[in-house]
Design a protein around this ligand. Sequence first.
Ligand code: C2O
Ligand code: CU
Ligand code: CU
Length: 583
Amino acid sequence: MRRGVLAALATLAAWPALRNAAGATGGARPDGPRPAAADLCANGTTFDTPLPLPGRDGYMGFFPMTQPFVLRAGPANGTPAPLAYAIAHAGREWRNPILVAESGTAIRATLANALDKPTIVHWHGLTIDGANDGNGDRTASPGARFDYAFAIANRAGTYWYHPHPHGITAGQVHRGLFGMLLVVDDEERALAKALATTLGTTDVPLTISDHRRAAPATYAPSDADRQMGYLGDEMRVNGVARAWLVVATRGYRLRVLNAANARTFRLAFRGDDGNLLPFMLLGTDGGLLAHPVACRELFLGTAERADLWIDFSARAMGDSVVMESLAFDPMHGEPHPAAHAGTLAGMHGQGGDTIAHGGEADIHAHAGKTGAQGGGTPTRAGDAPRQGGPAAAHGGATIASADAAESTIGDGARLSLLQFRVRERVAASPAPPATLSSLGAPRIGSDDAVPFRLSFAKSRWRINDRVFDMRAEPVVVPRNTVQTWLLRNYYTSMPHAMHLHGFSMRVLARETSPDFVAALAVDDKGRLASDLGVKDTVLVWPGESVRVSIDFACAFPGPQDYLLHCHNLEHEDGGMMLRVRVV
Ligand code: C2O
Ligand code: CU
Ligand code: CU
């Protein structure tokens, strides 16, 4: 993909933090993925901290949701982060508990807000009524409580919970407020039996989050961070950086949650010989696949979950295996291949379909403005100028280079996440059965797809050209219909992890995917391994259109309000979100 210098400069100037993506030269990028922005902690990482494993209480301890409980959101005692969700029950304490529930059970929970800001808990991935969803319409004020009563209608899967107060979600999550929620059913128990796994030892929940080593307790986004997402330089797994885990020569089930604010991971496992190990994908956001799928790598966008099986039985004693994020091109602000300086094209693969792209005029306006402000000299992200007045409101006047800052590593850089140390010899474990669950093919509604365009204009990320407004007309969906939605990302964009509350999505097809995504397709619809499962969050790459089917079966009387938004939390807070009302 060649591009002219003029086009490159016009785009670069228009996008804060874009220099981060395109590299220091700002010139043409060779075809294919660029080299990693930083190989920091890739090789030669010292893994010096034992991985915290969930137990019967404490940090990430398992808490059965069988009786009413109070979840206190507040300053943390003893967690790695400044904030935590805490439960005190029967003389024991949990922090960021892994909530466990049987499918079909009734839940009674109370949020107690011990923060100095409003908050609310959203149960990510669960199908519950709008009032209990935690969609941010109602929040608990500081010192107040919020009561939830709902039933778990979902099949077994790895769900999660986190704050959702409009406009201030990112900082609360980043400072430690999130936890996993596991739903269990007969299929799940059958698989655990077949694989001889035990939750907490050979079935390991792993949360990945992204922090700034220099100031891990602080969430202080610059204007550029607000636009592109808050990236750090220290990946933490289960709350700790440079973690290691001793494993035996058998298979392990890993349930990985991308709890980072903005970073996409390209997960892979590398042995001491430098080669990648094969692994299997067992499940996605909403539970088990029908059949395991062999993988060597897997993209995991923000909020997505992957249920993986990795077998260490062929490893020698003393070997290690590192869970990495491989380098990739994050495609931030890529110019359209057909673009010239004057006409930054809109959507890729749109044929004659004209779409108003408010961004173009704006991009040129910014290009002029930024030129006047110093010709794109990179500024450290940490001290990007703060400006009052209209310039700051438009955000476009600030150019920051995340690469230049000590406290961030660019999206798409290679990272080491967790080291497995093979130190115990045991009998090999069974391989995953050919059939994991009874998951069927997606139901398909009408062929007319409802389009959702993901774009950037006037310094804001938008869905169908709009920024979130609580009073705006929602997207209305008649209950008990099956709809096809088409999530279309502009070419000059960045990856967006699109999340729907209340209902799950089944991916039908990926169209006009970037080459390195298309290369991972497992069928002629362009679908990826993770697209074969039940999804509540779908990563949509620049230039790509993802066709999803959604069954709006709704058992709750009256209109129910949900949300569709990008799960890059800075994009969500910035209003890349709209309300979906099921009537
Ligand atoms: Cu996990 Cu509306 O979010
Ligand atoms: Cu959600
Ligand atoms: Cu986004």
